[in-house]
Ligand binder design. Structure first.
Ligand code: HEM
Length: 136
């Protein structure tokens, strides 16, 4: 597995653990009220599982498995940028919500997430191609 895929997949698994833990705490809190503040985990639960886990795992596996040129995966910079932008965006959204930070934190976080998608697409687009014999 390439180094960047290992980063993506390890980060994704960490978000899965956090996201499921937060979900379990909120679920338990429904049956046995533990603490009203536990409901504030909901935005992080959603963010960690939708972007941190699902999107990040897809990026990690796609980076690993998409067709290569011999051994080369093309321009790696946008793929690394996607990793940094995605995780920066996730934490900006989550910490902005938890700390009641300024509204622009949420907007900036979402913007980073969109930029991550674009950066990954820039990297992956040339690698999405059929087998040579099927192009005839
Ligand atoms: C990939 C897996 C998951 C994803 C993408 C996900 C996503 C979501 C989303 C989008 C919501 C908001 C729903 C709404 O507001 O209508 C939500 C709520 C919730 N999730 Fe998850 N979830 C996942 C797994 C889990 C797991 C494993 C648990 C529990 C162990 C859990 C517990 C909860 C609870 C308690 C709520 C609040 C429900 C309520 O509003 O009453 N989730 N989740």
């Amino acid at each position: 597995m390439p180094r960047l895929s290992a980063w993506f997949v390890r980060a994704a698994l960490s978000y899965l653990t956090l996201g499921f833990t937060f979900g379990a705490l909120m679920l338990a809190n429904k049956g046995i009220p533990l603490h009203p503040l536990l409901w504030r985990l909901l935005p992080a639960h959603i963010e960690f599982l939708l972007f941190g886990w699902t999107v990040q795992l897809a990026f990690g596996v796609a980076f690993w498995i998409l067709p290569r040129w011999q051994t080369q995966r093309g321009d790696l910079r946008p793929a690394w940028a996607a990793f940094i932008l995605l995780n920066g965006g996730i934490w900006l959204v989550v910490l902005g919500g938890w700390s009641n930070g300024p509204a622009w934190w949420l907007a900036a976080g979402r913007l980073l997430e969109v930029a991550a998608m674009a950066a990954f697409a820039v990297h992956a687009w040339p690698r999405v191609k059929p087998w040579v014999e099927e192009t005839k």
